[in-house]
Design a protein around this ligand. Structure first.
Ligand SMILES: *[C@@H]1O[C@H](CO)[C@@H](O)[C@H](O)[C@H]1NC(C)=O
Ligand SMILES: *[C@@H]1O[C@H](CO)[C@@H](O)[C@H](O)[C@H]1NC(C)=O
Ligand SMILES: *[C@@H]1O[C@H](CO)[C@@H](O)[C@H](O)[C@H]1NC(C)=O
Ligand SMILES: *[C@@H]1O[C@H](CO)[C@@H](O)[C@H](O)[C@H]1NC(C)=O
Length: 305
């Protein structure tokens, strides 16, 4: 692992020099236009028989019952980018259920240290609010959960959830409003995902041991199957098919708009949305949980911009 890491670091360094010298090369695939057909970037990798596409080819449903959950994932792996999709969550009684949408670097028998950026929707009994939980793993270390209530009913319509991941920050967006920022403060490389490519994943599964009121409300299988619907997929990102060399998407080209200076911090209107939403809707913040973390994680003292 250490050895592989240092090879990548060297490769990134070489490619940065190359980028400065050469005219920016075009990556093998992407950036893509939005919104895309599902098949363009994704496939159902977990129980395809529990998933089905609508006729428009742009909307996929995934289901959970007492036998299995299901899910899909991107065909490519990416280093930095902007990923977005619209999700309509399970209506009615959804206690115990988790609908997830996340980016994660591959984990295998040989690679067990990974990076991950999570959206996790925690279901609830009828009439009670879903919780949106976000989390981040850097170098295999997670435990960075935040939770908030949404300001709309996420089961009534599709709403857009996006991840902006660039060399300076990671931003979680709900309907284009930033709800969380994780910055690269350059103090330690291990703390910011920027050295491993990630796939995009979505899934629905049973987590009634913890999801709803800390595991008190169990999944009621008489309401199965539980179905979540996803549409309006867009992926603007640089492919990195490992173990190949990292992509050279770090140039100044406007083509790589997700990693331009205007996306390195939130702008004025985004800052005001961020502040308002967190004041009004936040339920849990690992940075404020002194019982769990008597000494808070280092990024807890970072400012969001
Ligand atoms: C799942 O539910 C179906 C229909 O209610 C039932 O027939 C089946 O036995 C259940 N399977 C398991 C593994 O509990
Ligand atoms: C479910 O509803 C209860 C009661 O309103 C609430 O305390 C809880 O935060 C809600 N969400 C989850 C995921 O437990
Ligand atoms: C999908 O995207 C289009 C174009 O951006 C938008 O008009 C439409 O409302 C979106 N649909 C959903 C269900 O989010
Ligand atoms: C702030 O950033 C968002 C997302 O990039 C953009 O849509 C919006 O126009 C920007 N607002 C201003 C005032 O620059």
């Amino acid at each position: 692992m250490e050895k592989m890491h240092s090879i990548w670091v060297t490769a990134i360094f070489i490619s940065m020099i190359a980028t400065v010298v050469a005219v920016s090369p075009i990556p093998t695939a992407g950036p893509y236009r939005s919104p895309e057909l599902f098949d363009r970037n994704f496939y159902a990798g977990w129980r395809p028989d529990y998933t089905w596409l609508e006729d428009d080819g742009r909307t996929i449903n995934i289901k959970l019952d007492n036998e299995s959950g299901s899910g899909f994932q991107s065909k490519n792996t990416y280093l930095y980018g902007y990923v977005s999709m619209s999700i309509k969550l399970v209506p009615g009684n959804s206690a115990g259920i988790v609908v997830a949408y996340y980016m994660s670097s591959p984990r295998t028998d040989k690679i067990f240290v990974w990076d991950e950026i999570d959206f996790e929707f925690l279901g609830n009994v009828t009439g009670q609010p879903w919780i949106l939980q976000t989390n981040l793993f850097a170098n295999g270390i997670g435990g960075r959960e935040e939770m908030l209530y949404l300001w709309f009913d996420p089961t009534a319509n599709h709403h857009t959830y996006s991840i902006l991941w660039n060399s300076r920050q990671i931003v979680w967006y709900v309907d284009d409003k930033p709800i969380r920022v994780y910055r690269n403060t350059c103090r330690t490389r291990a703390r910011f995902p920027g050295w491993r490519a990630m796939n995009v994943y979505s899934s629905i599964w049973n987590a009634d041991n913890w999801a709803t009121r800390g595991g008190q409300d169990k999944t009621d299988w008489t309401y199965a199957p539980f179905v979540a619907s996803y549409t309006n997929f867009s992926v603007y990102a640089c492919n990195w098919e490992q173990p190949g060399p990292p992509p050279t998407c770090f140039s100044k080209s406007t083509r790589y708009w997700w990693d331009r200076p205007n996306r390195w911090t939130l702008n004025r209107s985004e800052r005001s949305d961020y502040t308002y939403i967190r004041q009004q809707y936040m339920v849990y913040d690992y940075c404020k949980d002194v019982t769990r973390y008597p000494v808070s994680m280092p990024e807890c003292s970072d400012r969001p911009w």
